[in-house]
Design a protein around this ligand. Structure first.
Ligand code: GYE
Length: 330
């Protein structure tokens, strides 16, 4: 056989093999779903909304990570409404996506739609926020933070700071979205941490829906009703940032007259902390995208995944915020 002919046969064989392996790879990627068409895994993702800096960073992380992982993302913004999320999930089921992921706006009321996804054979991943469903087989895994711990870390810092306080310490609390896992859990963790100190008193506690404008408005009411507020505990940076405006407008100095503790550690929050307007932040990382895409690939391939995967987080004082801020990604 001539060398030329041998080379042609080898080249032809290689092409066949390559095409074969590509087709095989395409088959495994499409899994059970037929939503993609081009062999990519199709992920339906229902986001809570765009209520905070945390949420914006989370959305960016998820969209970027999907591109990076070669996953086709169908993204829906529920505008903080559970009914919109349920509708989006039903749409994803109808479109036969390969995997559904969502960040449930509140904890309760998901069993019916989760059952529908399960019956359709579409695996569901919870990300960021949890559900209170008793049936744990309705979803594959949860990826997110320990919100109770975040609240506890915030409370423990306050206990330490007020160890030598002479009189009572009056605390107001801006809660996150009513019924949401982070609002329930952060409240619980904070309350548990300060429970043994009877001089630490929560004098008012109300939802600001994790939004800046609501944080401002509720803080205005708090200030009117309570002349002696010593501490604000806000369940996220954005509500704390809104509250800053109300505090300043009331002629008080944030960070001095009123000690401010928040959760998240997004850029604007970290800036307020570095500037001395906030006093302490417990971090909650929104950068869940890359880990989520890994999980999507695994559950789509039918692999076992851990029931709960928690994000590693830290806390920041003013000093630490000044150090960390230049390298902060979000
Ligand atoms: O802390 C808040 C956002 O669910 C952890 O939602 C998330 C929370 C976050 O609106 O800023």
């Amino acid at each position: 056989m001539s060398t030329r002919r041998t080379r042609t046969i080898v080249a032809a064989l290689a092409t066949v093999l390559l095409a074969g392996s590509m087709a095989a790879c395409g088959n495994s990627d499409t899994g059970g779903g037929d939503g993609g068409g081009d062999g990519k895994i199709v992920l339906g993702f229902s986001q809570v909304g765009a209520e905070s800096g945390w949420r914006t960073a989370n959305t960016t992380s998820i969209k970027d990570a999907a591109v990076e992982a070669g996953i086709e993302l169908k993204f829906d913004d529920a505008q903080q409404k559970q009914e919109n999320q349920i509708k989006a999930i039903r749409n994803f089921i109808q479109q036969k996506v390969d995997v559904i992921a969502f960040s449930p706006v509140v904890e309760s009321g998901w069993d019916t739609v989760l059952k529908e996804a399960k019956d359709a054979g579409i695996p569901v991943i919870l990300t960021d926020r949890a559900v209170d469903s008793a049936d744990k087989t309705l979803y594959k895994t949860f990826l997110g933070s320990d919100f109770v711990k975040e609240g506890r870390l915030a409370g423990e810092w306050l206990v330490e700071q007020t160890k030598t306080a002479a009189g009572p310490v009056n605390i107001v609390e801006l809660q996150g979205t009513t019924g949401s896992a982070p609002a329930n859990d952060r409240k619980e963790g904070f309350a548990a941490a300060i429970a043994a100190n009877p001089n630490l008193k929560i004098v008012a506690s109300q939802s600001g829906d994790f939004k800046r404008a609501d944080g401002k408005q509720v803080m205005e009411q708090f200030l009117k009703a309570n002349p002696d507020i010593d501490v604000l505990f806000a369940h996220n940076d954005d509500m704390g940032l809104g509250a800053l405006e109300a505090i300043t407008a009331a002629g008080k100095v944030p960070g001095k007259d009123i000690t401010i503790i928040t959760i998240d550690a997004v850029k604007d929050g970290m800036q307020a902390l570095a500037d001395g307007k906030f006093n302490f932040i417990a971090e909650c990382s929104p950068l869940l995208g890359p880990q989520l895409m890994e999980l999507v690939k695994k559950v789509e391939a039918g692999e076992e995944v851990p029931a709960r995967i928690e994000t590693e987080e830290t806390t920041f004082t003013q000093e630490q915020a000044r150090e960390a801020l230049p390298n902060r990604k979000y």
